[in-house]
Design a protein around this ligand. Structure first.
Ligand SMILES: [Zn+2]
Length: 492
């Protein structure tokens, strides 16, 4: 940060500092190396088996976090019965074998087919070709007991994203009309079939707003880059058979863990600051050369989780003027799922939520600064930077812009709805070996952390939160920021 030269600003900064001094003392009192280390050593232990979504250990971590909220005087959020917000999810496992047989041709799941949704099946039916499978294409067609073949999307210009969305509707139409399966012919040049298979061909966890009552019909895409299959199916008359082996969809619930400390100021208490971190990681994988298969997720993100736990302890004891909401998110590693669920089912109105102050980490390769991704976007930057400086760290914005970090953690779900969000992280000068050595690796063990650095980082985070929660200015987007307009739409 540059030093500002106006006398007026100096005066304002000076008076802020005396408040900050008091807050700094409160932070030093409650946030200690021992309290940090004790929590890290539990959350990132081998016994927690990498806190995968879903896993019994993830639920155990949730229990631990809820206990911590309760122990520190954090209240259950009005309208909720517990500290847990259930988040419904589905894990889809792709087929291990099988294929579509039509006449002499077999399209196998090994190359030509991609499972979009549905479970194992062995079925036969008459083939019926319905162009793009629009509402009009289905109207009047008799598809009862048949395998419906259509093209992806709604026109030759459809993007892959539109094709996914359309595909979901087509499947609903096909199921409603009594079809036994839906096959879509994928002929777009981009993304290529190879890339689609790379991204879609393994087990996936996603949100499940609704849990279906019946077993889901197989819905597959068939590679048709050449257009030959389309010509073939347009003319084809007869039956086909589809065999899907080993595919399943498991529905389950995991939890965002949350609570509130009401603000002490009559007016400011209606403004909420969210202190958040994701507590999940990626579980257990292959054995590495050292015989370790547990991805402990110390940096990512026991560090952030514990840092927010320290904020819980501190603010539980010394509440702020604004209300503080603490949220520990599930399913971040599967695609920001817990936070996406939250912003679509907010417990505190988003309009009253002024900042998502998120702590998340990939790793660090420098111990002289904290990296606050999104720092330059929000009006609270000075508070965060002076909090860092109070504990001997520099507060810097994103240093690895090529990594697109702003879109890669839970604060982004909020930003996307218009709520200002930042990610308070440890220092990365580049995504180099120092980062990749631990990032999503079995080596990310609790004993590999520099706890002197983590103490500074955690204290800086908690103090930053105190300054924001007690400050005169309501957190907001900076006027020139690309999210400013979304903020205007949300708050006005
Ligand atoms: Zn991660």
């Amino acid at each position: 940060m540059m030093i500002r030269k106006s006398l007026l600003v100096l005066f304002v900064l000076g008076s802020l500092t005396s408040f900050a001094q008091k807050d700094k003392k409160l932070v030093e009192e409650t946030v200690t190396k021992e309290s940090i280390q004790a929590k890290i050593e539990f959350l990132a232990s081998d016994e927690m088996r990498g806190r995968n979504t879903p896993s019994p250990e993830l639920d155990l971590a949730a229990r631990y976090l809820a206990s911590h909220l309760k122990e520190n005087g954090v209240q259950i959020i009005p309208g909720m019965d517990t500290y847990y917000q259930p988040v419904q999810m589905v894990e889809s496992f792709p087929p291990s074998d099988g294929g579509l047989t039509v006449g002499d041709t077999i399209y196998g799941f090994d190359t030509a087919l991609l499972m979009m949704s549905g479970e194992s099946a062995d079925l036969e039916g008459e083939i019926i070709y319905l162009n793009y499978g629009s509402e009009a294409d289905f109207a009047g067609a008799d598809v009862e007991g048949k395998i419906v073949v259509v093209r992806t999307g709604s026109s030759a210009k459809s993007t892959a994203y539109e094709a996914f969305e359309e595909g979901r509707k087509k499947k609903e139409r096909a199921m409603k009309a009594g079809a036994v399966s839906l096959v879509e012919l994928y002929g777009s040049p981009q993304p290529t079939w190879k890339i689609l298979r790379y991204y879609m061909g393994s087990a996936k966890v996603g949100l499940a707003e609704e849990m279906p009552e019946e077993k889901s019909m197989p819905h597959v895409w068939l590679d048709d880059a050449s257009g030959e299959s389309r010509s073939f199916f347009e003319e084809f008359e007869g039956t086909g058979s589809l065999s899907v082996k080993g595919a399943r969809e498991d529905y389950f619930t995991t939890y965002n863990v949350m609570g509130v400390v009401e603000g002490t100021d009559k007016e400011l208490k209606d403004e909420y600051v969210i202190f958040s971190a994701h507590y999940d990681h990626v579980g257990v994988g292959e054995l590495n050369a050292e015989g370790d298969s547990i991805f402990n997720g110390t940096r990512d993100n026991a560090v952030g989780t514990v840092t927010v736990m320290e904020a819980v302890k501190n603010i539980g004891k010394y509440p702020l003027k604004r209300s503080s909401v603490f949220i520990f998110f599930t399913g971040e590693e599967k695609g920001l799922l817990g936070s996406e669920w939250y912003v679509n089912h907010p417990v505190v109105p988003l309009k009253e939520t002024k900042l998502c102050y998120n702590a998340d980490n990939g790793g660090y390769n420098d111990t002289t600064f904290a990296m606050i991704v999104g720092l330059e976007r929000v009006t609270s930057a000075d508070d965060m930077v002076s909090a860092c400086e109070a504990f001997g760290l520099e507060g810097k914005p994103d240093q690895v812009l090529d990594q697109n970090l702003y879109m890669r953690s839970d604060h982004y779900s909020f930003a996307d709805k218009g709520v200002p969000g930042v990610m308070f992280g440890m220092a990365a000068t580049a995504f180099d070996e120092g980062i990749f050595k631990y990032l999503h690796q079995q080596t990310d063990n609790p004993d590999s952390i520099d706890f002197d650095y983590m103490l500074k980082y955690s204290r800086a985070y908690v103090l930053g939160g105190r300054l924001i929660g007690n400050g005169k200015e309501t957190p907001a987007w900076n006027k020139k920021d690309e999210f400013y307009k979304k903020g205007e739409e949300l708050y006005n």
